[in-house]
Design a protein around this ligand. Structure first.
Ligand code: PLP
Length: 446
């Protein structure tokens, strides 16, 4: 990330890069006001909404994060319950603190042999809604960082039938609405808000993102606007907004479509080649029945004997191929729109050379010997002592790990990218958490 990889991905004639200062305007006469759009910004956002097939779209100048927080503020009131899988992005915590909502956590599917979170299944959501009939909203991450999507069509139909608001964090699926070669976007289903981090895979400038209220959304557009206005700057960057408008126009154009087609072809060829030849690395591909919900442009590898953080960092520093995220389990690379054929070729070559070298050196399947154990998902089921908002406003103190057991966390502890929490503020520290806490200690409620 960002998806443009340093190249302008805009239509010919639109050149934000040549003279960025020309586009760095403010809310002057004739340039409209983002918090109360009535002229060119209203028109531009309406054009974006039309491209996504939704009722309303909103420009975000503080990433998908601000869209998620606004969606939570618009959907729930203090004390109301929101159902959340544990693999939400940390910005959801800000939404919980600001709204004062009560989180009800559950675990999505898990793929232990890969160390990945999977989808939220219909069965799982049905069970959770039976258990917690007073839930007012659900917020899910689909797709995950590694590209695993849920069957949002089914999930949204269930929520709609029960009168529950559904927010879909589609931050990593910003290209999905633009091609049938990727899974269907939540924008076309019975969801109430969908958030896209356009800079991650859509080619716009970093920090720019979109929020959408699909047709039939239970969230009123003025309520969502009000929530956004409570969070966004009163000086939104026209450079970011222009980059959003221009990247949506590009992705929908013949040139953009051909660029997406090129990306899909290069990526499929790379995947095929690597899957056939690699001996010590394994390239993630989901089971057959989940293929239609998965984004193949996310290239996630596990090595048979080496921790991901180790080999990912080595390849980055020694071979100049940057990873997107690395954990003890594996390393994620992104096949993004801005990459050229030579980038794919360089990646293939480096991975194959390293693989050959490791195979010759006798790398074996010794994850257990290397002392690596996949995190036990039950570790991540919290015992909540306080609401996140209550914990946020309490006084805190830092304690060493030996003193942490039984105390209530005041800070968020995130084990590894992509920011999935081990502990959120207000959660009690249990024995099983200790191995995941930072050595320097942890901030707890005093
Ligand atoms: C699943 C998910 N949702 C939301 C976000 C926030 O996106 P942004 O960085 O555009 O605010 C991220 C960022 O990494 C993410 O991984």
């Amino acid at each position: 990330m960002p998806a443009h990889a340093g190249h302008s991905l805009l239509l010919p004639g639109v050149d934000l890069a040549r003279d960025p200062y020309r586009y760095d305007l403010t809310e002057l006469e004739g340039l409209d006001v983002l918090s109360e759009p009535s002229e060119c910004l209203l028109e531009s956002q309406a054009g974006v909404a039309q491209q996504f097939g939704v009722g309303y779209s909103y420009f975000l100048v503080n990433g998908a994060s601000v869209g998620l927080i606004a969606a939570l503020l618009a959907a729930i009131k203090p004390g109301e319950k929101v159902l959340l899988p544990r693999n939400v992005h940390r910005s959801v915590l800000s939404g919980l603190i600001l709204s004062g909502a009560q989180p009800v956590w559950f675990l999505p599917e898990r793929l232990p042999e890969w160390g990945l979170w999977g989808a939220v299944s219909l069965e799982n959501l049905t069970t959770q809604l039976h258990r917690h009939p007073d839930v007012r909203a659900v917020c899910i991450t689909s797709p995950t960082y590694e590209g695993i999507g849920s069957d949002v069509q089914e999930l949204s139909a269930l929520c709609r039938a029960q009168g529950i608001t559904l927010i879909v964090d589609e931050a990593h699926g910003s290209l999905w609405p633009f091609t049938e070669q990727l899974p269907a976007s939540a924008c076309g289903f019975e969801c109430d808000a969908v958030i896209h981090s356009m800079h991650k895979s859509g080619g716009s400038l970093t920090q720019s993102a979109l929020a959408h209220l699909p047709k039939g959304s239970r969230i009123a557009p003025d309520v969502f606007q009000q929530a956004l206005n409570a969070l966004q700057t009163t000086s939104p960057s026209y450079l970011l907004m222009a980059s959003l408008e221009a990247s949506v126009a590009f992705l929908s154009s013949a040139q953009g479509q051909s660029r997406i087609q090129g990306l899909m072809e290069k990526n499929h060829a790379l995947r095929r080649h690597l899957a056939e030849t690699l001996q010590t690395f394994r390239l993630f591909q989901p089971a057959e029945d989940w293929l239609g919900f998965w984004d193949p442009c996310k290239l996630y590898f596990r090595h048979s004997s080496l921790p991901g953080e180790e080999w990912g960092a080595y390849i980055e520093s020694e071979r100049q191929i940057a990873y997107e995220s690395a954990s003890p389990e594996g390393v994620l690379y992104l096949a993004n729109l801005g990459l050229e054929a030579e980038d794919f070729e360089a990646f293939r070559q480096v991975l194959q050379e390293e693989d050959k070298w490791l195979a010759a050196a006798g790398a074996t399947d010794s994850m257990a010997q290397a002392g690596l154990e996949l995190p036990n998902p039950s570790v991540l089921v919290p015992e909540m002592a306080l609401l996140p908002r209550e914990a946020f406003f309490c006084n805190g103190e830092r304690v060493s790990l030996t003193q942490a057991l039984g105390r209530v966390a005041k800070e968020t502890i995130v084990h590894c990218p992509p920011g999935i929490p081990v502990l959120f503020p207000g959660e009690r520290i249990q024995e099983a958490h200790l191995a995941f806490l930072p050595e320097e200690g942890v901030l707890v409620i005093r």
